[in-house]
Design a protein around this ligand. Structure first.
Ligand SMILES: Nc1ncnc2c1ncn2[C@@H]1O[C@H](COP(=O)(O)OP(=O)(O)O)[C@@H](O)[C@H]1O
Ligand SMILES: [Mg+2]
Length: 225
């Protein structure tokens, strides 16, 4: 499904160059649960951004669903971003000015899904993450664990095949971290491909336990350069 071939990413600022990824190759099959670990600055977020077509590699080839990603085709890139990838971040990344309902609704509106259907999708996704807070509440009225549940509900509602999670439990207490991890395992069992960046060994063990032996678990350890 995802094939990264000798991908490099070099950030240039003035005459300063930072090598975020160097000749990095990785194959991810549909339904894989990929755990990415590595110390700070080894290109983990860069990797997710390249997979999600948010960022463009400096060199190398990215093949998604058997097609080489063509970065000059902006329409296609936007379509890929919108329809194929959903993000979950450490800081939840909800829109403060919108209530919980609207936060989940936004990507559905972008896809021109009619209001009635949106309502149904949002209700179902909120049930899946076990969030019973009033949907008119704003992000700043929710705890971290509740906000991350909304972020997961948003990704569920988007119904994308690939979920990119960048340290999603990094700011949560243990109980909430476990709940979010369990939700990701459930989503993977339902067929979503997941790429998760985490440093939390307990959560990694929890994922392995939750997935069982027959799973498509993959582990990637990132190193500098
Ligand atoms: N937009 C950017 N501009 C310049 N340098 C960047 C940018 N994004 C990341 N980097 C640099 O690239 C390297 C890898 O960053 P990142 O992918 O965020 O690593 P990680 O997520 O593993 O901590 C770091 O040295 C970082 O400072
Ligand atoms: Mg990072």
């Amino acid at each position: 499904m995802i094939e990264l071939k000798k991908i490099s990413k070099i950030y240039k600022r003035g005459n300063m160059e930072t090598v975020a990824l160097n000749d990095f190759s990785l194959t991810i099959n549909e339904g894989d649960f990929v755990v990415v670990e590595g110390v700070s600055g080894t290109g983990k977020s860069t990797l997710l951004n390249i997979i999600g077509c948010v960022d463009k590699p400096s060199a190398g080839e990215y093949i998604f669903e058997n097609d080489a990603v063509d970065y000059s085709d902006i329409k296609k890139i936007e379509l890929l971003r919108k329809e194929k990838f959903g993000y979950i971040f450490q800081n939840y990344a909800l829109m403060d000015k919108y209530n919980l309902y609207e936060n989940i609704e936004m990507p559905l509106m972008a896809r021109k899904i009619p209001p009635r259907e949106r309502r149904k999708i949002i209700k179902e996704s909120l049930e899946l993450v076990h969030l019973s807070e009033p949907v008119r509440k704003y992000p700043n009225e929710l705890s971290g664990g509740q906000q991350q549940r909304v972020a997961v509900a948003r990704v569920i509602a988007m119904n994308v095949p690939v979920i990119l999670a960048d340290e999603p439990t990094g700011a949560l207490d243990e109980k909430n971290a476990e709940d979010i991890t369990d939700l990701l395992v459930e989503l993977n069992k339902k067929g979503r491909t997941i790429v998760l960046v985490t440093h939390n060994t307990d959560m990694i063990n929890r994922i392995r336990g939750g997935l069982g032996d027959s799973s498509n678990y993959k582990y990637v350890y990132m190193t500098k350069g």
